[in-house]
Write a protein that binds this ligand. Structure first.
Ligand code: CTP
Ligand code: CA
Length: 227
């Protein structure tokens, strides 16, 4: 009966995943966010736990339930996701950055609800957020760090550029303008982009994408694995 649960080939490995969108406060009732649902990252966390890994999931605001056996750390903003992901990485062997981190955040969120009758709301001053993936790569040593690239054009060129600029071992590239890869879909069509080349996968259900990624990056995960 236990064999029905599948291989537990990740026992002894600590996998860190971040997932979901971030919320950047404008005032106590308004925020800037994006269309990420967190489904891809949660599927990776779930697959890693099913295969026996110790899993930490740093999650932005989503409507999803933490998968069984996964330790979830809840955050809201890009700054909180940055600090939590960097802190949790200290004990991890692998980091997978699937979160859709806000690129910009309001410089000075108001501590009260802004009133259109009283205050100007037609422009919000923004500042760039820190790059979590790049900061993980700067301290990773021999550990494996994976990023994502969700694009609408020039997918592989952008993915290669991100691989190099951030120093990641692998970028999971997906075209979010395609229905099978769009936000909220239960499938994804991804390419694994490494320094060694590009591996294009078919459209697969999210759990299968998660398993393929884990098998690709984990040492001993089968022939030809490891970035
Ligand atoms: N990322 C991150 N921290 C940020 C922005 C992005 O860790 N502040 C990570 C994402 O989690 C993803 C990868 O970097 O794994 C690529 O994110 P993406 O938004 O595609 O890249 P950017 O560098 O933000 O470039 P752009 O949005 O302009 O395409
Ligand atoms: Ca971005």
């Amino acid at each position: 009966a236990l064999a029905l649960l599948g291989p537990r080939d990740l026992v002894g490995l600590h996998v860190l995943v971040n997932a979901g969108p971030t919320h950047e406060a404008i005032d106590p009732v308004r925020y800037i966010a994006n269309r990420s649902t967190g489904k891809m990252g949660y599927a990776i966390a779930e697959a890693a736990a099913r295969r026996g890994a110790e899993v930490t999931l740093v999650s932005g605001p989503t409507s999803l339930v933490a998968p069984a056996g996964v330790r979830r750390v809840d955050v809201e903003s890009a700054a909180q996701m940055h600090d939590a992901t960097l802190a949790e990485f200290e004990a991890a062997d692998v980091a997978i950055c699937s979160a859709a981190v806000a690129d910009y955040t309001p410089v000075a969120p108001a501590d009260h609800k802004l009133k259109k009758s009283r205050e100007r709301l037609d422009a919000i001053e923004l500042t760039e957020t820190a790059d979590i993936l790049a900061d993980l790569c700067a301290v990773k040593g021999p550990r494996v760090v994976v990023g994502f690239a969700a694009e609408t054009d020039d997918l592989l060129a952008h993915a290669r550029e991100k691989l190099e600029r951030k120093g990641a071992d692998l970028i999971v590239a997906n075209d979010v303008s395609r229905p099978e890869s769009t936000f909220g879909a239960d499938t994804n069509r991804v390419a694994f982009v490494t320094a060694g080349g590009v591996e294009q996968l078919e459209t697969l259900p999210l759990p299968a994408v998660a398993d393929a990624l884990l098998s690709r990056i984990v040492p001993g995960g089968g022939p030809g694995t490891g970035p």
